[in-house]
Design a binder for this molecule. Structure first.
Ligand SMILES: *Cc1c(COP(=O)(O)O)cnc(C)c1O
Length: 470
């Protein structure tokens, strides 16, 4: 019998579809269980990951078997950030409609680099650009670039700022580079580590940062800002990664506008407050900035790999991210590649569009308000337990908690993680170790919060229980 070529084999798999059917089945089974299961993989499933440590296969195998091994050993070793009791870092869940849209988009496999490469991708990007301007009350001609996350969005916004400030002085960074360029000043308060990374990548270096003083919640104190000028980039944040606090945008942006400085806001999870009637006081004045970085995959709950760079100065951002080539087929419409550092990328816009279309303004308002209510509930219930103190003003979705001593905090955190009822990480706030709670999932219910607070209680009891040696 003649053996099938790899091409014939793949056509057959595509025609028979059994591999797609089994994948769909496994996926749906995963969803059935994800809201109830342990919030961190068991020791056994972690150990089983060793099945992946095999030599690179010499021969092609069966597609069904590839998927089967992935499902059997991969699924149990996932962290169910999709569920309602994952409070680590700042991770969103994913809306059902967004998972479904992503599935459809997977079959399409689109690359929205240019209109000519994906008309649907390009269309959705233009439409969502307009929706975001409306939702965040941004200046009319603000551009949106669809990137992998806020880390990249920060990089793009700061690259645009660098381009504009130098261009004003007759220095074209794209041509002349940075080595002999006029100095750019960087002013910030408590910038996120991704901002620092972006500054490093852009050639500024940490020593060039002028740090403004912050208050006890990590907000920039406007009076402490150094004199601003037109060579300054001011970096503010909507949502401090520990306390969830917001810099006072109105006062600072007003100063910056008068001085003609560039203001970049890192609003990874917090910019969404601007879309919520009951929270908009937190972001007051944020629309006076020049660029904004925000994630879809945190507060909005799109699947991962969804960040957005919004920029009022369209010419600066497209110039900073410029690519050209005779083979590139630029259209009269918006071509996505001029707003991102990448050329090829997946069409993450499909999930972002589906999420925004599904929720609408009212749905976003309701969903984000609920997250904040849950954070307040968490803080209240924790505060009523002996042995725990909430360390921040809970204004958005972040709660930071500590025990009496650093050692207790650390051990209790470890116990909570081992109990696997919920998952949280640690941080340091005002020189003390803390447990960080970030409520960022549409799926977190009052019951999830109660169950997680119980886990805090149990973890402290474990820590206080006398050991057999005492
Ligand atoms: C998460 C986060 C980032 C980084 O965003 P990614 O999407 O993980 O790249 C930047 N700033 C803040 C405040 C964040 O919370």
């Amino acid at each position: 019998m003649k053996k099938n070529t790899i091409q014939e084999k793949m056509f057959l798999e595509l025609k028979q579809k059994t591999v797609f059917e089994s994948t769909q089945k496994y996926g749906l089974e995963y969803l059935d269980n994800v809201f109830e299961r342990n919030v961190y993989p068991t020791e056994e499933s972690l150990k089983n990951l060793s099945v992946f440590e095999e030599a690179f296969p010499k021969k092609s195998s069966d597609a069904g078997q590839v998927i089967e091994v992935l499902n059997q050993f991969g699924g149990p070793a996932t962290v169910p950030t999709l569920g309602g009791r994952y409070f680590g870092f700042v991770c969103g869940s994913a809306l059902p409609v967004a998972i479904a849209a992503k599935n459809l988009g997977t079959y399409w496999d689109q690359c929205p680099t240019m209109n000519v490469l994906s008309p649907i991708g390009a269309k959705l990007e233009s439409v969502v650009e307009g929706w975001l301007i409306e939702l965040f009350n941004l200046p009319k001609d603000t551009s949106a670039g669809f990137v992998s996350g806020t880390t990249t969005a920060n990089l793009c916004g700061l690259a645009a700022a660098r381009y504009r400030i130098l261009k004003r002085q007759g220095w074209d960074i794209n041509q002349k580079g940075l080595y002999a360029a006029p100095k750019i000043r960087i002013v910030t308060g408590q910038a996120h580590s991704s901002v620092i990374k972006a500054l490093q990548l852009l050639g500024f270096g940490q020593e060039s940062i002028e740090w403004a003083e912050v208050d006890d919640q990590g907000r920039v104190i406007p009076e402490s800002l150094p004199e601003l000028d037109e060579n300054t980039i001011v970096i503010l944040q909507a949502g401090n990664v520990n306390t969830g606090s917001f810099d006072p945008f109105e006062e600072i942006c007003d100063k910056a506008q008068k001085a003609n400085s560039w203001v970049h806001i890192d609003g990874a999870f917090g910019l969404w407050a601007e879309a919520v009637d009951g929270l908009r006081h937190l972001t007051k004045g944020c629309n006076m900035a020049t660029s904004w970085a925000v994630d879809g995959h945190k507060t909005l709950n799109t699947p991962y790999d969804c960040g957005i760079i919004l920029c009022k100065d369209r010419e600066a951002i497209t110039s900073a991210l410029e690519t050209s080539g005779a083979y590139l087929d630029k259209s009269d419409n918006r071509d996505g590649m001029y707003y991102t550092p990448e050329m090829s990328r997946r069409a993450r816009i499909i999930e972002l569009w589906a999420s925004m279309k599904y929720l609408g303004k009212q749905g976003i308002d309701e969903m984000v308000s609920i997250m904040c209510d849950r954070a307040k509930q968490f803080a209240k219930e924790i505060n009523s337990l002996n042995g725990f103190v909430v360390e921040n003003e809970v204004v958005f979705n972040q709660v930071i908690v500590r025990c009496e001593t650093d050692a207790t905090t650390q051990n209790v955190l470890k116990n909570i993680q081992e109990l696997r009822e919920c998952w949280l990480g640690g941080s340091v706030w005002k020189d003390k170790k803390v447990i960080r709670v970030s409520i960022c999932s549409w799926a977190t219910t009052e019951k999830d919060v109660r169950r997680s607070v119980n886990s805090f209680k149990e973890a402290l009891e474990m820590e206080n229980a006398p050991t057999e040696f005492e």
